[in-house]
Design a protein around this ligand. Structure first.
Ligand SMILES: C[S@@+](CC[C@H](N)C(=O)[O-])C[C@H]1O[C@@H](n2cnc3c(N)ncnc32)[C@H](O)[C@@H]1O
Length: 285
């Protein structure tokens, strides 16, 4: 088992939860999916967005629900140092985006901005938009915001499913949060077709997950939304072998991306695992 989470429990969660996501109503794109989370959220309570960048989704949410106070969190300098080395995107911006009056912007990394926000909050979170792209940030955000999150709150995950590393990103952070809080997710929207766990594992084991552009064209969107609910029962034991296959793919993923802080949160400073020989021969990271 990879340190940091239990692959058998994660496999059990995925097998129990993903059929509900497959059966959830289809929404139009990421903003349609975000709307589902906004519309299903309790009227009272805060809106929070993790990952604001130029403010597109936060402006959209704040205009749709002008009565609600929204809080947006972003470093303005992009990902933290331990961000995904396989996901190099430049999200630096010179200044906070222009936002509607019912928004408060918090500049800085989540580790600095979320604890004082939670300590000072006088209301709970009604709707949370997770759009910070990397597992470390989603996990940090959900962990810090846990005291303000409970059954009835809605979540939108912008990178939930349907890409080559979805098992190791926001979905993994969601599982770790639900597992720790004894909560579950009742899925209310997805933005397209869904590749389930066995299909995803087959692609990864064959070393040929479909290209992102092809998958998007075929209707496999990434976002998903759901409502947090109290967990009524344990997730059933997954079919034999599935947890081991998931653990093996997780180890391979961590070896490939060298996300040391993700796979060894107890010892994030230790040197990353060596690159596999074939990557060194090809001169790849
Ligand atoms: C995909 S962009 C957000 C897009 C935005 N929601 C929109 O609709 O345009 C991801 C953002 O997450 C931010 N981010 C990721 N991890 C972070 C962290 N740990 N602390 C602060 N900001 C973070 C990055 O700076 C980046 O701007």
């Amino acid at each position: 088992m990879t340190a940091g989470f239990d692959a058998a429990r994660y496999a059990a969660f995925l097998m129990a939860s993903l059929p509900g996501l497959a059966a959830a109503p289809a929404a139009r794109g990421r903003l349609g999916c975000l709307d589902a989370a906004l519309d299903a959220a309790p009227r009272e309570g805060l809106g929070v967005e993790l990952g604001v960048y130029r403010g597109r989704s936060l402006r959209h949410a704040a205009r749709r629900q002008p009565w609600r106070r929204f809080h947006g969190f972003d470093s303005l300098t992009g990902f933290p140092e331990d961000g995904r080395p396989d996901w190099h995107q430049d999200f630096r911006v010179a200044a906070p985006p222009r936002l509607p009056a019912n928004c408060t912007f918090h500049a800085g990394f989540f580790e600095a901005t979320l604890p004082p926000f939670v300590a000072a909050a006088t209301a709970r979170i009604a709707v949370l938009n997770i759009d910070c792209d990397i597992h470390a940030s989603a996990h940090q955000g959900l962990t810090a915001l846990a005291p303000l999150l409970g059954a009835g709150a809605t979540l939108h995950l912008d990178e939930a499913v349907n890409y080559d590393t979805w098992l190791f990103n926001e979905m993994l952070a969601l599982f770790r949060f639900l597992d720790a809080q004894r909560l579950d997710m009742r899925w209310i929207a997805r933005s397209g077709r869904l590749r389930d766990l066995p299909e995803t594992l087959r692609f990864l084991e064959a070393g040929r997950y479909p290209r992102w552009a092809d998958d998007l064209a075929a209707g496999y969107g990434r976002p998903a939304s759901g409502v947090l609910v109290a967990r009524q029962a344990e997730w059933p034991t997954p079919p034999p072998g599935l947890a081991d296959r998931l653990a093996a793919r997780t180890a391979a993923h961590h070896g490939r991306t060298q996300r040391r802080a993700d796979c060894h949160p107890e010892d994030p400073a230790a040197p990353p695992p060596a690159r596999p020989a074939w990557r060194r021969w090809l001169g790849l990271r």
